[in-house]
Design a protein. Structure first.
Length: 252
């Protein structure tokens, strides 16, 4: 199947590790020019640029969800280099602090949860706004928002993060109506528990086995599985899927 992605310009936010790193590699393998963002890990971003073919095929751009001007600046830098953004994979996120044991939801002050809600939702909205005008002008574009299984399955202590990710489902659905007639398809992927570096470091093997046992396929996803779903949704092979949430969670 020809995915029609050769020479397309793809912006992957939060690309230095985990799902974002896998996405950057997957799009590069399809012949895309990949703009990858980092917040602090510039060395990791520079190494990834070298891995993906150097300056001709990849570009590292600083980006921060909690800085209102950052999305527009990042897109402007990519546009100066390559003329615009064809595909946005909005993967960057801020999980925020986990609620302390024994602290109830109603006891958490706004200063502890406000940034989690604002950064994840508003930062992603600003990034979509920054790329959409160019996509409309070219009559073609793909936006893939990376959500989370927490938005639909839930998890104690993650109420605000889950709400922010669930909001991306509404954004995908409604932005699909706004931009569809201009050739822009907008979807979300919702990964289940995914074996990123962070999960492998934080989740003991026994807990990973428990999660596998609750999954119909008896497997947890690797980051590449989520990346491949994003590649399909962002490709020319996707001709009319828009406003949807694709769950990559082994059937849970």
């Amino acid at each position: 199947m020809d995915l029609g992605l050769s020479d397309r310009v793809v912006l992957v936010t939060g690309a230095t590790r985990g799902i974002g790193l896998a996405a950057a590699r997957a799009f590069a393998a399809e012949g895309c020019r990949v703009a990858l963002t980092y917040r602090r890990a510039k060395d990791a971003a520079d190494r990834l640029v070298a891995e993906l073919g150097g300056d001709e095929g990849a570009l590292a751009v600083r980006y921060a969800l909690d800085e209102p001007g950052s999305p527009k600046q990042a897109v402007a830098e990519v546009t100066r280099r390559w003329g615009g953004v064809d595909v946005l994979v909005a993967n960057a996120y801020q999980r925020g602090p986990r609620r302390a044991p024994g602290v109830r939801f109603e006891e958490v002050p706004a200063e502890e949860w406000g940034a989690t809600l604002t950064d994840n939702l508003a930062g992603t909205v600003r990034t979509a706004q920054a790329v959409l005008g160019g996509m409309r002008a070219r009559g073609w574009g793909r936006i893939v928002l990376v959500s989370s299984h927490i938005a639909t399955h839930g998890r104690g202590g993650q109420e605000v993060y889950g709400a922010a990710k669930a909001a991306l489902h509404g954004l995908a659905r409604n932005l699909a109506w706004e931009a569809g007639a201009d050739g822009v398809l907008v979807n979300a992927v919702a990964p289940g528990l995914t074996l990123t570096e962070g999960v492998r470091e934080a989740l003991p093997p026994a807990l990973r086995e428990q999660e596998r046992g609750r999954t119909p396929t008896a497997r947890l996803s690797e980051p590449a599985a989520v990346a491949h779903a994003a590649v399909f949704l962002a490709s020319a092979a996707n001709t009319n899927i828009s406003g949807q949430v694709l769950h990559v969670d082994g059937g849970r």
